[in-house]
Write a protein that binds this ligand. Structure first.
Ligand code: GLP
Length: 259
């Protein structure tokens, strides 16, 4: 696992560099998209690069998760968030972005179909991730099976409180259920790039990088991934025991290496 500690604008540039590198090498690259505030600067940077000629026309993308039951036109439905924050700002083809169907009549069937779609696309090349304050990735809350695939989950009170800011501050308006890629689904992606900023993420980042692998901190499964990158600002890095080592390693990294 590589840990990069840098100002947030630089983190976004690094993630965008990794994505651009993949797209230039293979325009059919399959991206994994995350919602939440953490990836927004990456989407801004990719939209800026699109204006300068970077094309997503042959790219496909898969979302991590979706609330169950939010109306199709609800602005916080993750499908709509991704459309607004990213897809509508680049030249992704119609239908190129897929997500779990939180409005399906048969949710388990929708989850199985989603897994099949990812597999049919050849899997995700680069998965963007954020992290919840309780260590969740996507919506894999503490206690999630480390071998889980896409399924329905119940959100913790903590996550609903964290996300209430997107629902006018009302925790009661945050759905109780979601569909989420499982931890094993996420681990199948070829490169994981997680972004975290701010002190509220410091404990989760410490556990993710330095804690024991445990379903209590679901992101710790990333320690088993052969190509995982953790991009954090100073505040999110403030509880890392080996922060000095990560800083030195990054400072000494050869320019050609990339993420
Ligand atoms: C939600 C999303 C996660 C995201 C997390 C953190 O729970 N399902 O994918 O990582 O929020 O969000 P933020 O980046 O806004 O802190």
């Amino acid at each position: 696992m590589e840990v990069v500690i840098a100002p947030s604008a630089e983190l976004a540039r690094l993630a965008a560099d990794a994505i651009e590198g993949l797209l230039r090498a293979r325009p059919e690259t399959v991206l994994g998209l995350a919602t939440g505030s953490s990836p927004l600067a990456v989407y801004d940077e990719l939209a800026r690069r699109h204006k300068e000629g970077l094309s997503f026309a042959r790219t496909r993308a898969f979302m991590l998760d979706e609330y169950v039951g939010l109306p199709a036109d609800h602005p916080e439905r993750y499908r709509n968030v991704i459309e607004k924050e990213f897809a509508s700002r680049v030249d992704l083809a119609p239908g190129a972005v897929q997500g779990p169907d939180g409005l399906a009549a048969d949710l388990p069937a929708a989850c199985a179909a989603y897994e099949a779609s990812i597999a049919d696309a050849g899997g995700v090349d680069l998965q963007i991730l954020g992290i919840g304050t309780d260590g969740h990735i996507a919506f894999n809350e503490p206690g999630s099976s480390l071998a889980s695939r896409t399924r329905i989950k119940t959100l913790t009170r903590q996550t609903r409180e964290d996300n209430a800011r997107f629902f006018g501050g009302s925790v009661d308006d945050v759905p109780r259920h979601c569909l989420t890629q499982g931890l094993a689904t996420i681990m199948s992606a070829r490169h994981l790039v997680l972004l975290a900023t701010g002190r509220a993420k410091a404990e989760a980042v410490h556990q993710l990088v330095e804690g024991p692998i445990s379903a209590m901190w679901p992101a710790t499964i990333m320690q088993l991934h052969p190509h995982a990158t953790v991009l954090v600002d100073d505040a999110a890095a403030s509880r890392l025991q080996l922060a000095d080592y990560y800083r030195q390693t990054y400072a000494d990294k050869p320019d050609w290496q990339g993420l």
